[in-house]
Design a protein around this ligand. Structure first.
Ligand code: G6P
Length: 369
């Protein structure tokens, strides 16, 4: 086992650190920005159907559902197709309205999640086309779907998903860009620009990983907190949900992720000097609004930890801690911004003496409902 961990103390830490490589592996042979090429094997044969879909329904559970939420922003922005993101466990029992003009994307690391499989069977029986985004080759979901793209993240052992999440988002990003280009909703020059930027993501994730020591210090300060709030908007809203889920899963600290603007409708009541609030406040279209949310938390003496774009000075003056990540396209920020949140939960869990790779009550793959 020590050898499998490659010198790391835990699988989770190894998998967090593998992300520059796993994201690159996921893009290898598919993305060639210089020549404007983007090829996703399984996707190609279904491009026509996908292009003419009335609607995309994404179904998944857990962290994979969060990747689906990021994809909702991606597909709607670039391909202009309406997207719904469904918890598989809800979708399967709701008698949902689905027909043959719907395109379903099922996301699953293990490819074995019982609820996701049942959601696929249901949508299939109603005539929809089902596309899988899975990590484990030859698992049940890829076999149950019409077509799919593997994430190629390699085996993920830690129960809390890390590298599978960023690989899922990588595949979904490539799908959204390709679809947008094919549909003409994403102009060629912009498409080319985005492809080039996407190719730089592994090196930006590598850079983000170097914040580890700083994050360890933050973890030491907040490891005894009883609650955490994670806030973000737009593409960073799912990142907030995922940051909170990671912390809950492995450190057993109660954490909630929320769209930053919804804070005023509830969570703001919880804020006092005991409450750490993690903001994802990168320079994007909602930056100014998030900055005012930070001010609101500060006015109530909440402790602010902010993930910001490199060089940001505004938030530095307000936050207790800033974590600076490399700048990228707004649509690609989740791939980089989630990394320090994974590290934060990891270090807090280790400091609390928790079993990081096998947290209590959780399973890597949930094959029962
Ligand atoms: C379990 C795992 C999570 C995972 C979820 C969905 O709860 O502990 O890490 O996100 O299942 O699993 P899947 O394999 O379908 O992505």
């Amino acid at each position: 086992e020590a050898i499998e961990k490659g010198g790391y103390e835990h699988f989770m830490l190894k998998e967090i650190n593998e992300q520059p490589r796993s994201i690159a592996d996921c893009m290898r042979g598919r993305l060639d920005a210089k020549n404007g090429r983007l090829v996703l094997g399984g996707f190609r044969d279904y491009m026509n159907k996908f292009q003419n879909a009335d609607r995309i329904i994404i179904t998944a559970c857990g962290t994979s559902w969060h990747a689906g939420l990021v994809a909702e922003y991606l597909f709607e922005e670039f391909a202009r197709i309406p997207v719904e993101v469904e918890y598989a466990s809800e979708f399967r029992y709701r008698n949902p309205v689905v027909n043959e003009r719907d395109f379903i994307i099922a996301i699953s690391q293990s490819g074995e999640t019982a609820d996701t499989l049942a959601a696929i069977e249901l949508a299939k029986s109603k005539g929809a086309t089902i596309f899988g985004v899975c990590n484990v080759v030859g698992s049940s979901i890829p076999r149950a779907t019409h077509a799919g793209s593997y994430t190629h993240a390699g085996p993920e052992i830690g129960v809390a998903s890390t590298k599978a999440f960023t690989a899922q988002i990588s595949v979904l990003t490539m799908m959204a860009l390709k679809l947008g280009y094919q549909r003409g909703t994403l102009p060629e020059n912009r498409y080319m620009q985005l492809l080039s930027e996407l190719e730089t993501i592994p090196s930006k994730v590598e850079k983000a990983l170097q914040l580890n020591d700083k994050i360890k210090e933050i973890a030491a300060e907040f490891k005894d907190a009883r609650n955490f709030l994670y806030l973000g908007r737009g593409y960073n809203f799912p990142v907030a949900l995922e940051g909170a889920l990671k912390l809950k899963e492995i450190s057993y600290i109660h954490a909630e992720g929320y769209p930053a603007a919804e804070m005023k409708h509830g969570p703001i009541a919880l804020i006092d000097e005991e409450m750490p609030v993690v903001f994802i406040a990168t320079k994007d279209s909602s930056y100014e609004k998030v900055v005012s949310n930070i001010q609101e938390v500060k006015a109530r003496k909440g402790k602010i930890i902010a993930v910001v774009t490199e060089g940001d000075t505004t938030v530095r003056h307000m936050a207790d801690h800033v974590i600076e990540i490399p700048e990228t396209e707004e649509a690609f920020v989740p791939l980089v911004a989630v990394v320090p949140l994974q590290q934060l939960s990891y270090h807090i869990a280790v400091m609390r003496g928790c079993n990081v790779d096998q947290p209590r009550n959780l399973a890597k793959s949930v094959t029962v409902e």
